[in-house]
Design a protein around this ligand. Sequence first.
Ligand code: ZN
Length: 287
Amino acid sequence: MEGIIIKGIAGFYYVKTEDGVLECKARGIFRKMNLTPMVGDRVSVVTNVQGNTIDKIHERSSELVRPFVANVSQAYVVFALRNPDINFDLLNKFIVSLEKNGITPVLVFNKCDLAKEGEEQSLKGIFIGTGYELYFIQAKTGVGLEPLFEKLKENITVLCGPSGSGKSTLLNKLSGKEQMETGEISKRLNRGKHTTRHSELIVVNDSFLVDTPGFSTMEFTMEPEELKDYFPEFHEYEGECRFNGCNHNKEPECRVKQEVGHTISKIRYDFYTKYYQELIEEKKNKW
Ligand code: ZN
C-alpha cells in the first residue's frame, strides 16, 4: 500500500494511506543504507502478521533540514505589509533558498487592510517576470484565504516568514478544520511552545501542511555562480549575454542588465548583485 509519512515517534512512523493512518516500523535495511525515513516521505507499506512495515521509500523531490521534512513542494512566504514593514532582502533570501531546494515560493502579503494605495501593483512590479503568485490577505479575519486553501491541494506546504508576519495565525486558519476534528492535534498544540520536537504533517482534505511554521534560510553553502539560477526572471535571457557564463554583474553587454527597469525589477536585480558580492566575500574568507 502507498502512503505518506505524517509523523514519526520513537521508531514508529504514521503513514496516511487510502485506508487511514497506519502505524509502521521501518525495514532494518534502511539503517544499513544510511537512510532515515522522513516526515513527508512517500512510502510503500507491506502488512503481515508482525504488523506494518515501510518497505520502500520513494525518491524525494526535496529535503528540508529545519523543519526536517521531505517532498515539500511549495512554501507560503508570509510577510506583513506593515508592522513590521517588508524587509525585501530577507524576503528575497527566503525565495533564493526555496528555489535552491526546488520548492515553489508563493508570496503571501498579510495585513492587507493596511495597504497603501497602489501597493499591490508596485509589489507585483517587483516580482515581474518571476512567475510567482502574489496573494493579499488578512489572516486574522480570513480575508483572501480561499485561493490559499485551493492551492494546498496535492501539495506538501510549509509556511515561512519573519516573526510578526502572521504566519502562525495563517497556519491555524488553514489547518483549523483538522485540529477540531482530531482532538489529539489540539492537545499537542497546547503542550507548550518551548518543547523541541519533530515536525508533523497536518492533513487538510487531500493535502498536507507542515505543522511548524518557519524555515531556515542559512543552512546551505552556495557558489556565487549558482545564484543566477535562482532568479527565474533571468532565465529567459540566458545565453543572450555577450559572454558565455555571464554572471550579470560587471560584464559588458549583459542582456539581463539591459532589462533592469523593464522586464526585471531594480529591487530584485540590486539584491542579486549584493548577494552575489556577499557570496564572493564568503568564499574568499573560507580560503
Ligand atoms: Zn549577463
